[in-house]
Design a binder for this molecule. Structure first.
Ligand SMILES: *Cc1c(COP(=O)(O)O)cnc(C)c1O
Length: 225
């Protein structure tokens, strides 16, 4: 079991390293977020035993019961849609939120965070079928509002494009997120170094387009039922 995870991790690591090399980027410019949603604490322990420290969950309720059963010293990132009324619990369990998709949610996190909380703003750059995310033209206003807050800090943007079996079809959305980031940095004067984009099947394309966080579930932990 442990060997299986280690073998999968080594494969993912090789893919990330190769993509960085191809893009002329240093390996340490991309971080691997291990997406443990639906997987038991034992799977997280196994991953931690292999040296992983950064884990992603997409539901607050699941995280609330799972995290206390996992090893200490791990960093937990929320990557799924968060309802405003769960912001308080989220702020207790997560060290970073990738999926802030409204000003209202940002304000709720600000009022419940005990200390500095880095966040990413989730943007719907594909327009069509994406269920969550702000519209690109709403983001500047949210960044300006965040700049007046004490605890939440916007570090960049996140996107979750509609699934396509062909990763090349997703490139346009990743590139749109990077261009939006560049534009927002100029417009607001706020540094936005982080881009959370890329999953198991399209991490190479995401890294070529500037991703700094790849969120990998299936190719590390196996398929989800
Ligand atoms: C599930 C999930 C992932 C991981 O997807 P895989 O295809 O299993 O790697 C990444 N990001 C978000 C937001 C997710 O919900």
């Amino acid at each position: 079991m442990n060997e299986t995870f280690l073998a999968r991790l080594e494969q993912v690591e090789q893919r990330i390293a190769a993509a960085c090399k191809k893009a002329g980027r240093p390996r340490d410019s991309v971080r691997l977020l291990a997406v443990s949603k639906t997987k038991p604490p034992e799977a997280v322990r196994e991953a931690a035993d292999c040296g992983l420290r950064l884990f992603g969950e997409n539901r607050v309720q699941e995280a609330q019961s799972k995290i206390p059963m996992c090893p200490n010293g791990l960093e937990w990132h929320l990557i799924g849609h968060l309802q405003t009324n769960k912001a308080k619990i989220a702020a207790q369990y997560f060290q970073m939120v990738h999926s802030v998709d409204s000003l209202k949610l940002l304000q709720a996190l600000e009022s419940h965070a005990g200390t500095t909380l880095p966040v990413l703003l989730q943007v719907n750059v594909s327009g069509e079928s994406a269920k969550f995310g702000m519209k690109p033209d709403e983001v500047a206003c949210v960044i300006e509002a965040a700049n007046q807050m004490q605890k939440v800090e916007v570090h960049g943007l996140m996107t979750m494009p509609p699934f396509s079996p062909d990763p090349e079809k997703t490139r346009v959305h990743f590139s749109a997120l990077r261009q939006l980031r560049d534009h927002l940095q100029d417009e607001t004067g706020t540094p936005l170094p982080e881009l959370s984009m890329g999953m198991s099947h399209d991490l190479e394309v995401a890294i070529q387009e500037g991703s700094t966080w790849v969120r990998i579930g299936t190719d590390l932990f196996g398929g989800r039922s």
